[in-house]
Design a protein around this ligand. Sequence first.
Ligand code: ATP
Length: 244
Amino acid sequence: MNTALSKPAILTISGLTAGYGDVQVLWGIDLVVPQGEIVSIVGPNGAGKTTLLLAISGLVRSRLGSIVFDGEDITAQNPDRIVGKRLIHVPEGRRLFPTLSVRDNLMLGAYSRTDGAAEIARDLDFVFSIFPILAERADQVATTMSGGEQQMCAIGRGIMARPKLLLIDELSLGLAPKAVELLAESLVTINMRGISILLVEQDVMTAFEIASTGYVVESGRVRMSGDTRTLIEDPSVKAAYMGL
Ligand code: ATP
């Protein structure tokens, strides 16, 4: 039994369809992130994983279905309001501000917070504790760092927004195995602080090792979902995504 699924949900997506212009990408997605859990989405290129995260953040308009976050229907809300509810997106490609230092990039994550400088400083300390290299490089222009360090900065910026739920798109894209391992461990530490995580990830082993629940999305539909320990042993998952 997947005990995670008996917990209350921080995010519930029901029958979600979305796309771009005439192109429909998502065809009725149902997905739940239980409170305090890590949930991973895997699937081939073009399956619609990024589109799903964009729809959750309000950056792509949903056509049908609903998205309920922290007890509130956020389906038709604009991205700023969704960020205000502390649903925070770490986008594919990191999107750091190229002229700004690591510290300034991190602090941009906190721009809409109203809980005071002491709390913000506490979270900055937390980011520096999980990613000590960011403290060492605090004054360096963020985009001059390695890909793995930039991903740390992007995740750190997400934490600075004090998320209840962190959406992370392609944690490992273009990174060396060692960096991926470090980042995956950091997500577990972040999750232990009570932050729920919805992760889109190409590396199925990494994705399913750190998550309690997994989803396999293909052609805009959920093909399989459940306990990651079960999914990881599934012959069709092994054959399609692990080359086994
Ligand atoms: P990848 O792993 O390659 O990033 P993905 O599963 O995240 O893939 P999406 O990026 O969501 O998939 O893309 C799903 C489909 O939507 C693809 O066919 C893509 O070409 C299409 N698509 C994505 N962005 C746009 C856009 N802005 N306009 C039109 N079509 C788009």
